[in-house]
Design a protein around this ligand. Structure first.
Ligand SMILES: Nc1ncnc2c1ncn2[C@@H]1O[C@H](COP(=O)(O)OP(=O)(O)O)[C@@H](O)[C@H]1O
Ligand SMILES: [Mg+2]
Length: 345
């Protein structure tokens, strides 16, 4: 099959640990055609959605280490029509550009897009957890989303908890996630101004959330493929940070899913699949869902490493894509045969 990765720039890849690189390597190893581009490479040329792609030359032997693969691949530039691919694998970082999604709308019937455009539109920020309809905070911590300073300060004052978490609606990688302590509220006005009011005069939503006790021991990243958990790891924050993101200095340990976490996956899996969110990473603390990462969830390489996995997670992901493409081709063949039968009658 031919697969186009719409992703972050090749130069930004960490060749030791990058999840997208592991997925690309698996495709090259299976002799699939692989092209890459960044969202800004998309254009519409004579009504055809086209991308200025970096195409990876086929390799006779794929190096086993990710780093040597990264160093050895040969790349050529080509303008290619997106509808000619079998799969578009969206792996760019947030924020999601809605106009770029309109470019992809034009090819969504021709190409299998992971995750689906509708799903990414719905789940591109931290509001998606609210879609699980958890009125009693059984699976997600009590959460307020607002841009009203008055409302947020009132919630902090009325909360019985002495610690809360404040974070931007659109953040990722742990950036802007801060701990609010009731005993130290003198900065709250200034902090909320900073989070809500942007320099261009516009305003942003912030999330105020109950602090989940035990978060200082780490959080759990679970990768979910087609509604089923395929790997998990514990991320433990560094000694001088409250955030567990690896990009914020957290470290990675083995983790077997608890009963609570398995139940959580069972509960949310069907909705994820229904929304076309086939490959996501969820962040869980104390059995509670903190975030659903749908744009370019990471963690594959770390989980492979800590578990010394035989069937690596990227193999399962590419198996899934091959299955989807085969289903589509078979459906097309069947339809062609049936049409011919009617025509020849
Ligand atoms: N409600 C919370 N209680 C305790 N810790 C939290 C909470 N929300 C976030 N954190 C900490 O901050 C990290 C980043 O938060 P998250 O909501 O996943 O945003 P990001 O998109 O930046 O990863 C989490 O992995 C966790 O360590
Ligand atoms: Mg997170």
């Amino acid at each position: 099959m031919n697969i186009c990765f719409i992703m972050y720039p090749w130069e930004n890849i960490d060749p030791d640990n990058d999840t997208t690189l592991a997925l690309i390597k698996e495709c090259v190893k299976r002799n699939h055609g692989v092209a890459m581009c960044i969202p800004a490479d998309l254009t519409i040329r004579n009504s055809v959605t086209t991308a200025n792609c970096s195409v990876i030359n086929r390799m006779e032997k794929t190096p086993s280490s990710l780093k040597s693969f990264y160093n050895k691949v040969k790349i050529r530039e080509e303008m290619l029509p997106l509808a000619g691919f079998d799969v578009i694998f969206f792996r760019a970082n947030p924020p999601l550009d809605p106009i770029m999604l309109n470019f992809l709308d034009s090819v969504k019937d021709d190409v299998f897009i992971m995750n689906s455009l509708e799903g990414m539109r719905e789940a591109n920020n931290k509001l998606y957890t609210a879609a699980f309809g958890d009125a009693h905070s059984n699976i997600i911590p009590a959460t307020h989303v607002s841009k009203s300073k008055r409302y947020l300060i009132k919630q902090i004052k009325e909360s019985t908890a002495d610690k809360m978490i404040l974070k931007p609606l659109n953040g990722f990688g742990g950036s802007g996630v801060i701990l609010i302590e009731k005993s130290a509220m003198s900065n709250i006005n200034s902090l909320l101004d900073f989070y809500i009011t942007n320099s261009d005069g516009s305003s942003s939503y912030v999330i105020l959330q109950d602090y989940i006790e035990g978060a200082d021991q780490g959080d759990v990243r679970i990768l979910i493929l087609n509604g089923e958990p395929v790997g998990a790891m514990k991320r433990v924050p560094g000694s001088d940070d409250h955030r567990s993101n690896v990009s914020a200095g957290g470290s990675v340990q083995k983790h077997s899913l608890t009963k609570e976490e398995k139940a959580l996956c069972k509960q949310i899996g069907p909705k994820l699949v229904n929304d076309g969110l086939y490959f996501v990473g969820i962040d869980v603390i104390g059995g509670k869902l903190v975030e659903v990462n749908v744009m370019s969830p990471g963690g594959i390489t770390y989980i492979n490493k800590v578990y010394k996995l035989k069937t690596k997670i990227e193999e399962k992901v590419i198996d899934f894509l091959e299955m989807k493409v085969l289903d589509k081709l078979q459906a097309f063949d069947r339809r062609t045969r049936l049409r011919k039968a009617v025509q020849d009658a």
